[in-house]
Ligand binder design. Structure first.
Ligand code: DOR
Ligand code: ZN
Length: 366
């Protein structure tokens, strides 16, 4: 039986939500070996200001950090809490926020592009504004949800193109050319086009990749309409999944790292459509290990284990300038049975269960 004792890891993209969901979700992150998390700001209201005392009705980074800390986040070594980029975000907020130490990251959402993305601004407005320069000058990292917004169905998802490919072809080159020193994380990339963009761009540009985008394709979503696999950006084609797998299994690669985008929805299928988001709390390292094996790696080999560790444990803290964890946890190739997670706000269904599987090949040793 293969066992991997590896450093605790930084989930560089997750959603811990609000209210009665924060505590069980933070616990699921800690249970799966996280010593650090980046908690996305698409709460209701969004985390759109830095300090409580700042103008406006949105939540502040200060407030959201307190909520998370009080719900078990104080057991983490690092908590990264980006600001949600809205029409109210100003260069002064960025300069002052960065100086205070509270503002380290800003999340770009395409307007109406995903769950609680209604406050996002169009990319062309961001590009024309004084915000990217303020971020670049003050060392604030940009986390990008890279999908073109407002497209009609045929360009949103078509055989030849899709919203992510349009974004990485038409928007991102301009941003990176204008602001080469801006540190950017291309969040949850799903296509070969986005992967190639990250590979061919300077070292200030990196990317997170989720377990579901390494494991599944759009065929898995459509076969039986497995709505628990519906997330945004949506899972793509085999050539895209292969590009992602090649990227993460390249020896010594430093640009690609784990960010689960674990996104709980207690009501996934609603009368007006399906909420976007896959929940992988508690089981993401196991799913990543499964994906690396499906990509052809033998994790009992030292060189293959190192590729896995680079992706899961090393590259994200290195990119963020956070020290790697000196603590470890152990994954073993022993099947694990999974079940729904009860919370005060309803049940959460982990992704494999939603795919009709109650057992996964890897588990975390006690
Ligand atoms: O599938 C997704 N779910 N994609 C996102 O960008 C947001 C997330 C959520 O918050 O549910
Ligand atoms: Zn997300």
């Amino acid at each position: 039986m293969t066992t991997l004792t590896i450093p605790k890891w930084f989930d560089a993209h997750t959603h811990v939500r609000q209210g009665g969901l924060i505590e069980p979700i933070v616990k699921s992150q800690i249970d799966m070996g996280c010593y650090a998390i980046l908690a996305m700001p698409n709460t209701k209201p969004p985390v759109g200001k830095v300090r409580d005392a700042d103008d406006g009705d949105m939540w502040s980074i200060e407030h959201y950090r307190d909520l998370i800390m009080n719900a078990g986040g104080d057991q983490l070594s690092h908590l990264v809490t980006p600001l949600y980029l809205t029409k109210d975000t100003s260069a002064k907020m960025i300069v002052d926020g960065a100086k205070s130490g509270l503002l380290t990251n800003i999340k770009y959402y395409p307007p109406h592009g995903t769950t609680n993305a209604d406050f996002g601004i169009p990319m062309e407005e961001f590009l024309k504004s004084d915000l990217p320069k303020a971020m670049s000058d003050n060392g604030v990292i940009l986390n990008i949800h890279g999908e073109e917004h407002g497209l009609k169905a045929t360009s949103y998802f078509d055989r030849e193109t899709n919203a992510e490919e349009i974004f990485y072809t038409e928007r991102m080159p301009k941003l990176v050319e204008a602001f080469p020193d801006l540190k950017i994380v291309c969040e949850h990339i799903t296509t070969k086009v986005a992967t190639d963009f990250v590979l061919n761009t300077n070292d200030n540009v990196s990317a997170t990749i989720t377990p579901q985008h390494l494991l599944y394709t759009v065929g898995d979503l459509i076969l039986g309409l497995k709505y628990h696999l519906f997330c945004l950006p949506v899972v793509k084609f085999d050539a895209d999944r292969q590009a992602l797998r090649n990227a993460v299994t390249t020896p010594s690669q430093t640009k690609f790292f784990a960010g689960t985008d674990s996104a709980a929805h207690t009501e996934k299928c609603t009368p007006c459509g399906c909420a976007a988001g896959c929940f992988t709390g508690g089981i993401a390292p196991q799913l990543y290990a499964q994906a690396f094996e499906e990509a052809g790696l033998d994790l009992s080999r030292v060189d293959h284990e190192l590729m896995f560790k680079n992706f899961l444990c090393h590259n994200a803290p290195d990119f963020y300038g956070i020290e790697r964890s000196s603590e470890t946890f152990t994954l073993s190739k022993t099947p694990q049975t999974i079940s729904k997670i009860p919370t005060a706000e309803g049940e959460i269904t982990p992704l494999p269960l939603g795919m009709g599987m109650d057992t996964i090949p890897w588990s975390i040793a006690e």
